[in-house]
Design a protein around this ligand. Structure first.
Ligand code: ADP
Length: 243
């Protein structure tokens, strides 16, 4: 599904976090948002998850209004969107399998058998087929994040939002999580919108990279341009600080 953000402004108090933002994500594409901390990247994902609302502007997903829109309409659109957070946010008192089956049963109305069959497939895909019965606390951070990815995919999202999904991980656990996401990018037609500090990952999986600063897109282009031949001084500055 495509995502269209038009002329969106978001303020917290007198701080303008997003300033008349336009952002267009084609169905099935992989778009990465990079830029300094505080530049508004996470706020965009949170608006798409309906966790926060713009002050003005419009957001549509596959042509359907998400903002402004009536509550029922927002929920229907929101149901097509999944998110994986920096902190995995698994349910600590449920087994891994139950973490992945809970919402498909309670929200999508799948039978427990159907949900479990699908969950086992997904846990296999993320390399955790043998952890179905474990509690999240018994897993490494990288394994927990892979469960969180399986849990998001179990809801069959058309759009998946990834918010710095490797930032809370020990360095040696990052590669396993990124491998799973590369797999998602290459084997599904899910639209991916990622906020990441992993520039190699961004370079690898993105069709388009957007460089943010102070609530605006300062440069947008394919990864070869942004990482290979950035046109804006601000992009060059940022990349030389993080690479
Ligand atoms: P990024 O993801 O680029 O680091 P964020 O979207 O998280 O940036 O934040 C952009 C700005 O909005 C930051 O200055 C942050 O402090 C501010 N901000 C985000 N959420 C809130 C909130 N709920 N209340 C007040 N300020 C917020």
């Amino acid at each position: 599904m495509s995502v269209e953000i038009s002329n969106v402004t978001k303020r917290f108090g007198d701080h303008t976090v997003l300033d008349r933002l336009d952002l267009s994500v084609k169905a099935g594409s992989h778009v990465t948002l990079i830029g300094p901390s505080g530049s508004g990247k996470t706020t965009i994902l949170r608006m798409l998850m309906t966790l926060t609302e713009p002050d003005s502007g419009t957001i549509t997903v596959d042509g359907q209004p998400l903002f402004p829109a009536a509550q029922k309409q927002r929920r229907a659109v929101r149901r097509q969107i999944g998110m994986v957070f920096q902190q995995f946010n698994l349910f600590p008192n449920m087994s891994v399998l139950r973490n992945v089956t809970e919402a498909p049963v309670s929200v999508l109305g799948l039978s427990r058998d159907e949900a479990e069959a699908r969950a086992r497939e997904l846990l296999d895909m993320v390399g955790l087929a043998d952890k179905c019965d474990a509690r999240p606390s018994r897993l490494s951070g990288g394994q927990q994040q892979r469960v969180a990815i399986a849990r998001a995919l179990a809801m069959r999202p058309k759009v998946l939002l990834l918010d710095e999904v490797t930032s809370a991980l020990d360095p040696e656990l990052v590669a396993g999580v990124l491998d799973v996401l590369r797999d998602v990018a290459t084997t599904t037609d899910i639209t991916l919108l990622c906020v990441t500090h992993e520039m190699n990952f961004a370079r690898d999986i993105s069709d388009q990279v957007l460089m943010f600063d102070a609530g605006r897109v300062v440069e947008a282009g394919p990864p070869e341009q942004i990482f290979g031949a950035p046109e804006e001084e601000r992009t060059r500055e940022f990349l030389s600080a993080v690479l």
